[in-house]
Design a protein around this ligand. Structure first.
Ligand SMILES: [Zn+2]
Ligand SMILES: [Zn+2]
Length: 266
């Protein structure tokens, strides 16, 4: 038993050396010309479990070789104007956005707990049926995406709700790459910490790298997800950080959210 445990431990360590666990040297492979690599699903400290602020997240995104990120904090919009200011300040493409949907499932009614992403908006879309929300995003010149559609808090009928795109690859989910059903196919990490970046992203074609050009390519479906699921040891590192924060700062929140985390990642 002891020997078996030691063997398991050594195998794990061989597969996940310290540099990989800490993700210090992660770098995306060389990309073909004409492709812009964007992570369309990134959280910062604007989200309840977000660990790093926008400056740290952007610095990390640059270092791993992404060309841009979309900030999609939970129920908190980063406006088009704010994103433009950040892009200028950091000399890096930041697309403003929001991930909407109630976070605590048991308090929700109908589809309100299901998540949707709106990109490049000036105002929060008013609450309503998902078809109304995607219509409003479209009217405002934004782009709507159905994230993690096969999660409990996703829209599994994403092709019937007016979305522009669907997150065919989500870094935190074990679903693998899913069918786009005719919508634009995107990928995003759903990172809640900077070291989760660089595993999942979207290759965007026929774009000059500006916000409008990237989003126009998405509307036309000129994009595809790339990368893979975030390694389990990176997710474990994130878990450990959140657990530490809850245990020492917010023990009641831990009891409330613990089962939600288990369902999401296990
Ligand atoms: Zn979500
Ligand atoms: Zn998310």
């Amino acid at each position: 038993m002891v020997i078996e445990q030691a063997w398991r431990r050594s195998t794990f360590l061989k597969r996940a050396p310290t540099a990989q666990i800490l993700q210090t040297g992660l770098r995306l492979p060389q990309r073909a010309s004409g492709i812009v690599r964007i992570d369309f699903h990134v959280h910062t400290t604007g989200s309840p479990e977000g660990i790093h602020g926008i400056a740290e997240v952007v610095e990390r995104a640059k270092r791993v070789g992404l060309d841009g990120i979309a900030v999609t904090d939970h129920n908190r919009l980063m406006s088009r104007k704010r994103a433009a200011e950040l892009s200028k300040a950091h000399n890096f493409l930041v697309i403003g956005g929001i991930e909407g949907g109630d976070l605590i499932r048991r308090n929700s009614h109908g589809d309100s707990h299901r998540h949707w992403i709106g990109l490049n908006l000036d105002e929060m879309p008013a609450r309503g049926d998902i078809e109304e929300v995607t219509d409003r995003i479209s009217d405002e010149g934004g782009v709507s995406i159905a994230p993690h559609p096969y999660a409990r808090n996703g829209f599994s009928e994403y092709d019937k709700a007016g979305f522009d795109g669907v997150e065919c690859l989500n870094g935190t989910r074990k679903d693998g790459e899913i069918d786009g059903r005719g919508l634009a196919r995107v990928g995003g990490t759903d990172a809640h910490a900077k070291y989760m970046l660089g595993h999942t992203w979207t290759d965007v074609y026929d774009s000059n790298g500006s916000v409008e050009s990237v989003l126009e390519s998405v509307r036309k479906g000129n994009c595809r997800p790339n990368g893979s699921r975030i390694p389990i040891w990176v997710i474990a590192r994130f878990y450990a950080s959140v657990l530490g924060r809850y245990v020492f700062c917010e023990p009641c929140e831990l009891l409330q959210n613990g089962s939600r985390y288990l369902r999401k990642y296990c």
